[in-house]
Design a binder for this molecule. Structure first.
Ligand SMILES: *[C@@H]1O[C@H](CO)[C@@H](O)[C@H](O)[C@H]1NC(C)=O
Ligand SMILES: *[C@@H]1O[C@H](CO)[C@@H](O)[C@H](O)[C@H]1NC(C)=O
Ligand SMILES: *[C@@H]1O[C@H](CO)[C@@H](O)[C@H](O)[C@H]1NC(C)=O
Ligand SMILES: *[C@@H]1O[C@H](CO)[C@@H](O)[C@H](O)[C@H]1NC(C)=O
Ligand SMILES: *[C@@H]1O[C@H](CO)[C@@H](O)[C@H](O)[C@H]1NC(C)=O
Ligand SMILES: *[C@@H]1O[C@H](CO)[C@@H](O)[C@H](O)[C@H]1NC(C)=O
Ligand SMILES: *[C@@H]1O[C@H](CO)[C@@H](O)[C@H](O)[C@H]1NC(C)=O
Ligand SMILES: *[C@@H]1O[C@H](CO)[C@@H](O)[C@H](O)[C@H]1NC(C)=O
Ligand SMILES: *[C@@H]1O[C@H](CO)[C@@H](O)[C@H](O)[C@H]1NC(C)=O
Ligand SMILES: *[C@@H]1O[C@H](CO)[C@@H](O)[C@H](O)[C@H]1NC(C)=O
Ligand SMILES: *[C@@H]1O[C@H](CO)[C@@H](O)[C@H](O)[C@H]1NC(C)=O
Ligand SMILES: *[C@@H]1O[C@H](CO)[C@@H](O)[C@H](O)[C@H]1NC(C)=O
Length: 843
């Protein structure tokens, strides 16, 4: 077994004090951080604990389903489970292939949110420090309620974010309290049960600890505490050594309280902690407690919803954005036919969408948005679309797309049907931002104008090259395609490719000069397709064995080539694919190259914010564009392999050939943190190369993947101020600051939420001087009937004058009527189900 390469990364490990750039927020020093975030010295980390619990619970569910259905389940449920093994076993239980990449994605999303708790949450309750049991338990039970509400609403990303935060606090209990020292043999179920009383808590004056003997803290809890089974936890403070008399400390060199009598501490964060001899037991108990939590959620929400939470039955959403302008009988019938064939090609398959969305647009307006779960109803809606006579030759395509992106769940498949240019092209940046936020795929189906009836083609809605380029750019950013619907039969082949499941991107480049590109195809890939788009570029493909085929040969030794408009699609033959390929393209006009295939081996990329605190670093997903020119960190997770070696992670400029090389640090068998020392100026993609050591493959094989979507940096930063929890029907105000080190001027501000009927007001523009900042505030009121626990995504965008730059920030707000926990600790407590990491800046 080969383990990942560890390239040295200068992960700063200094004591860094957190200071909020938040006006009015309370300053609080970091609390004890709990189980480690980065793996070191064999100690178990939060991520490993969370992953182990996910795998074990999932395996148990699948074992029970197999038993109920009389199927085999042979996977031993032990500490050696891997996502691949569990997914295989579960697929057998359910007799349909459950998806591995989305399972890994669910684990990553939950872990990233878990880890972020360290960076953002500075209250004792979040870590069960200072005997703060009641508030800690409230955080957990309210968080569980939020997870369940989000699941009921089908918002699984929000559910995972809340779940990750709950997991962190729950797991910390076992490290920071004396539950393990009390000889407990099972998790403390009261923590997930709001109805049970918290008994036997240490009173404020109860003396608990005596000083350690030198470094030996193995016997520092008083015997009567252990006999009476009194529950306590360690006190922690970075600056002050004050603690109530006789109380235990957390311990460790950062904890000033541990130098005061009783000295030493009781934490079990790692094997070298004061109670490190109990680390393994505390970590196992934390795994079992997390399993119990997951079981509670499963029982409350049902197996099907639970599978979705785990990412094993991720249902997809199919959205159509339809141009209905003009007297377009020919266009509309073609578009309808194409849309029906997309719907039909997914029916009855594991890819059948759980929801369909339709958004019409014309030259004045877009909407309303129609949702349905029924394919036939959806088809009826499409069929009843009628066209209105238009006088203008361009339509509100981007408004329609923006509405769809805002309302559809993340990772939806969106198809835009149009035959005209976009009247609202100024929304391009906003649409790009929303594509990045939602990770939805956008495909454009452009109906050929030449066959339209009753129009003077030369003066009418002819799509110019720049119109097409706008659509192509947007498709490109999202990892989608722009397809000209010329001949229905030919287009159908491409559409089928686009909507195939488990597609991974091997390589994608665009250029306007002759170039050679090489790429590795690994044995896990099948149905590899090469697309060359552009004004008749000349190309030759070379196989690893040296066989070549010219782009002008429709059926050759390497594959068959189909030409649709400006798109050339090469379907590779399945023999002898493995190895290094080359494609040589000769063109002086703009062209793009895209190589995709089907594989369970894929890569997830997230930009993360590193929080340096204590002797550990932690990170949380960053929901904003990284800053151009500065360093940044990516969390990279390779799915579908048991062990991988990553040799290269590169940021490759989308246009041009600039490359930024990342330094890689393994944080798990298939997870990595990658540091890049600068973010490129323009759009870029992330490319990964490495070696797969899959137990099912006899030999390690080289592989490469690329982010399906493009990324962009920005020179604008948006920081949102933390405020109070959102109450249904009650106005809520949130201050935010826009700063820019690029041009000054009139910045356009946009804000939107994904909760319909949210009443919102905000300034439509802010004036910034070059290098300066400005503050704005958003007032919003969520409908009074909103259920407590509902997550609301608020995105705030700032766009520089002339659309030269844009950034966004996302705040996940939770609507809550539960006030107990929030009184007295305002800003900080909201982070339980807020992804508010980006609002903190560490100096
Ligand atoms: C955790 O649960 C497993 C399976 O139920 C059990 O074998 C193990 O002893 C438990 N570990 C702890 C520390 O309680
Ligand atoms: C997956 O989800 C779909 C739609 O929600 C449902 O019909 C199907 O039964 C689910 N599969 C499993 C294995 O639960
Ligand atoms: C055409 O566009 C102009 C300006 O954009 C607008 O004032 C007019 O109402 C539009 N006409 C129609 C029929 O949509
Ligand atoms: C691509 O490779 C071919 C042959 O391997 C070579 O003749 C050609 O010059 C290369 N083109 C570029 C742009 O490097
Ligand atoms: C993918 O390839 C497999 C065989 O490798 C074949 O059975 C399957 O039909 C192909 N799928 C598509 C969508 O072409
Ligand atoms: C595949 O490789 C084998 C052995 O290298 C060779 O005999 C066979 O002809 C190759 N097939 C094709 C289609 O290139
Ligand atoms: C590329 O095309 C140009 C003009 O079509 C031709 O002169 C040149 O030789 C070609 N280069 C290669 C490497 O084939
Ligand atoms: C990233 O840049 C900041 C200054 O902008 C610097 O303090 C920090 O050390 C850099 N981090 C790495 C890992 O290079
Ligand atoms: C938070 O909201 C509660 C109830 O609306 C209010 O009593 C409290 O003062 C608010 N706290 C802050 C800091 O605004
Ligand atoms: C928001 O900003 C305004 C204006 O600067 C300020 O008066 C207000 O106190 C701020 N709100 C909060 C909650 O800090
Ligand atoms: C900034 O732009 C907005 C809309 O584009 C406009 O309403 C506002 O008057 C402008 N502000 C200034 C100070 O020019
Ligand atoms: C938000 O509400 C406050 C007080 O109700 C008001 O002063 C402010 O102008 C409002 N801001 C916006 C952007 O509407």
């Amino acid at each position: 077994m080969n383990f990942p390469t560890v390239v040295n990364v200068n992960m700063v490990s200094l004591v860094v004090v957190a200071v909020f750039l938040l006006q009015g927020a309370l300053f609080q020093p970091p609390q004890a951080s709990g189980f480690k975030i980065l793996p070191a010295d064999g100690s178990l980390t939060h991520q490993q604990i969370t992953e182990a619990a996910f795998l074990r619970k999932m395996a148990e569910v699948c074992r029970d389903v197999a038993a109920a259905r009389g199927r085999d389940f042979t996977l031993p449920i032990n500490s050696k489970l891997t996502p691949t093994a569990v997914q295989r076993a579960c697929s057998n239980s359910y007799s349909s292939l459950l998806k591995i990449p989305t399972f890994s994605l669910a684990i990553s999303q939950t872990s990233l949110s878990n880890a972020a708790v360290d960076g953002k949450l500075l209250s004792t309750a979040h870590h069960f420090d200072n005997e703060d049991f009641k508030n800690g338990r409230d955080l957990i039970t309210q968080g569980i309620a939020a997870v369940k509400v989000s699941m009921k609403q089908g918002r699984y990303l929000s559910a995972r974010t809340s779940l990750g935060a709950v997991c962190h606090t729950l797991q910390d209990f076992y490290s920071h309290s004396n539950w393990v020292e009390l000889g407990s043999t099972a998790p403390f179920s009261t923590l997930i049960r709001p109805d049970l009383p918290l008994n036997n808590l240490a009173g404020p004056n109860t003396k608990i600890c005596k000083s350690c003997v030198g470094k030996d803290c193995s016997d520092n809890i008083l015997p009567e505490i252990l006999q009476q089974k009194i529950l306590t936890s360690g006190y922690f403070h970075l600056f002050s050594s004050n603690k109530p008399e006789g109380k235990c400390s957390h311990g460790g060199f950062l904890d000033r309280t541990s130098s005061r009598d009783p000295t030493g501490g009781i934490n079990k964060d790692g094997i070298s902690s004061n109670h490190g001899f109990l680390h393994q037991r505390a970590a196992e108990m934390a795994i079992n407690a997390t399993v119990e939590l997951l079981e509670d959620i499963r029982v409350a929400t049902g197996n099907q919803a639970f599978l979705q939470l785990m990412g094993l039955n991720q249902t997809s959403v199919l959205a159509f954005v339809f141009d209905i302008t003009g007297d377009l009988s020919s266009y509309i019938s073609k578009a309808k036919r194409a849309s029906f064939s997309i719907i039909d090609s997914r029916r009855g398959t594991s890819e059948e969408p759980s929801e369909y969305i339709l958004v019409p647009f014309n030259n004045q307006d877009s909407g309303p948005l129609i949702r349905t779960g029924n394919a036939d109803t959806f088809k009826r809606h499409i069929n009843s679309l009628s066209t209105s006579v238009g006088g203008n030759f361009s339509d509100m395509a981007l408004s329609g797309l923006l509405l769809t992106l805002t309302q559809a769940p993340p990772s939806s498949d969106i198809f835009v049907f149009t035959d005209s240019s976009a009247k609202d092209s100024e929304l391009k940046s906003a649409v790009e931002g929303m594509i990045e936020i939602t990770k939805s795929t956008v495909n454009f189906l452009l109906t050929s104008f030449s066959s339209r009836s009753g129009k003077n083609i030369s003066s009418s809605r002819l799509l110019s090259q720049s119109d097409i380029q706008l659509y192509r750019d947007l498709a490109h950013v999202s990892g989608g395609q722009t397809i000209e619907v010329t001949d229905t039969r030919l287009s159908q082949a491409i559409i089928t490719d686009v909507i195939t499941a488990d597609l991974v991107t091997v390589l994608e480049r665009s250029s306007a000069k002759a170039d050679n590109f090489s790429f590795f195809l690994d044995p896990s890939l099948s149905n590899v397709t090469v697309y060359v788009t552009g004004d008749s570029p000349v190309f030759i493909l070379y196989s690893p064995t040296g066989v070549s085929q010219s782009g002008s040969v429709a059926d050759g030794p390497l594959g068959s080539i189909l030409t649709v408009g400006i798109l050339r699609r090469v379907k590779l033959n399945s023999d002898n694919q493995t190895g290094e390929w080359k494609i040589s393209i000769n063109s002086t006009r703009f062209y793009s190259l895209k190589i995709i295939g089907q594989s369970t081996v894929d890569v997830l990329f997230f930009f993360v914010e590193i929080f340096e605190r204590g002797h550990e670093d932690s990170w949380g997903q960053s929901f904003t564009r990284p800053f151009i020119g500065r360093n940044a960190t990516l969390f990279v997770s390779v799915t579908g392999g048991d062990s991988v070696t990553v040799t290269d992670v590169l940021l490759v400029e989308a246009s041009g050939s600039g490359v930024v090389n990342g330094s890689i640090k393994a944080v798990g068998a298939t997870d990595f943190l990658v540091n890049v020392d600068r973010i490129p100026e323009g759009a870029f993609v992330v490319q990964l190369k490495g070696v797969l050591n899959d137990s099912t493959q006899s030999l390690p094989s080289q592989f490469q993947r690329q982010s399906p979507t493009q990324y962009k940096g920005s020179r604008i930063t948006i920081t949102a101020q933390l405020q109070n929890i959102t109450l249904p029907g009650v106005p809520f105000s949130l201050n935010f600051t826009v700063a820019s080190n690029t041009i000054g001027g009139n910045y356009t501000i946009r804000a939107r939420t994904d909760l319909v009927e949210t009443d919102m007001s905000f300034p439509s523009s802010l004036i910034l001087v070059a290098g300066g900042s400005a503050q704005g505030s958003i007032n919003l009121t969520v409908p009074s009937e909103t259920e407590s626990g509902t997550a609301v995504t608020l995105s705030i965008e700032a766009e520089a004058p002339g659309s030269t730059d844009l950034n966004y920030a996302i705040v996940l707000l939770t609507v809550s009527t539960a006030s107990a926990i929030f009184s007295g600790c305002y800003s900080l407590c909201m982070c339980l189900s807020f992804s508010c990491f980006f609002v903190f800046h560490f100096v």
